[in-house]
Design a protein around this ligand. Sequence first.
Ligand SMILES: [Zn+2]
Length: 372
Amino acid sequence: MSFDVVDVQGTEIRIIGSDDCALVLSDKIVQGTVYSFSGSGGIRHSNQAYTPFEATWEIQANKGMEFTALDEDAMFPRIVLAKTSILSACQKERDSFVDVVGIVIWIGTITVTSRDSGTFVKKRTLCLGDDSGHSVDLCLWDLKAEEEGSYIQERIDSGVQPIICVKGGKVSDYNGKSLSAIGVSTILIELEMEAVADLREWMTLYYNVTNFIHLSTSSSRQIVSCTTTLSEISNIVIATVKEMKTDEFYYNACINVVNARQCGKKTTQTADGWFCSYCNIVSANMEFKYALKMCIEDSSSHMWAIAFQEATQEIVGMSAKELATMRDENYPAFSLLIDGIRSKIYKFKIWSKLEKYQDMEKLRFYILGLDT
Ligand SMILES: [Zn+2]
């Protein structure tokens, strides 16, 4: 039995207990608790093939080793990550350990598969995507398939797409490329830390317009992404704005906060306020958010694309509310501003997505922002 500990400086080491000592330890040690360790224990060189972090030594605990649980202390890091993107994780060699932070796009059910040794093992696959625009299968084994897997499923069932940290995931060549969460791997779900907050912010902006390129060749690939080439186009386009739909360039967004981020879905006005069918509540207020349809053109062609909040704000230089007020109260100034936008050349970041609408597939273009 072994467990990995981290001190207040973020240095990690593994403590290993065998036989009787293992039983005592597995009974008493609770993940996430702060302990002080003292007493006898040997030290030996760490085996890097089984250790998901850089360490020269590991501690061999014996029965005389004492440990005391201390009060929770925010000074201790909950997890230390040598974070890498999903894309670069999958470029590493087989059996490398990687730390990734990703959004759970989908999770499967528990299946039982047999090991080479003839014993059976529980397995559960989920798809993890991140801001590299790539996604991969992560296999949870044994207890992780049941415990972490069930918790993730619960979160998804309640309408949340959890962001998880995987420390010490193992790179595998199974199904192209995939990651494995094994005994020494740690999975923490919806942890409050910077890397998670950053990804959540990215998710708010781009998740719905991202067509993840799935790096595993399993059947989950179909679930995650359309595999046609056209749907994966992401480009920088140098173009001018030919036309803008200035009659309807914003929508009334829901201001309700769900899982620490604004819902932002379209609301409809009722006698009592603004109704969001997604949150199923009526709010007294709403927020003007951009959804600007633009026709952009270069020397070869033109196309219609839609720009949402951040992208439009970047192009227009003011908020949707300010622009709406300007249109209603000072139309000449509004006109001048629109003409100004039409006279410039932009480097647009474009994302395209193949969308199904009434059984018809249509390629839609999104302006993600300007390339600066
Ligand atoms: Zn809402």
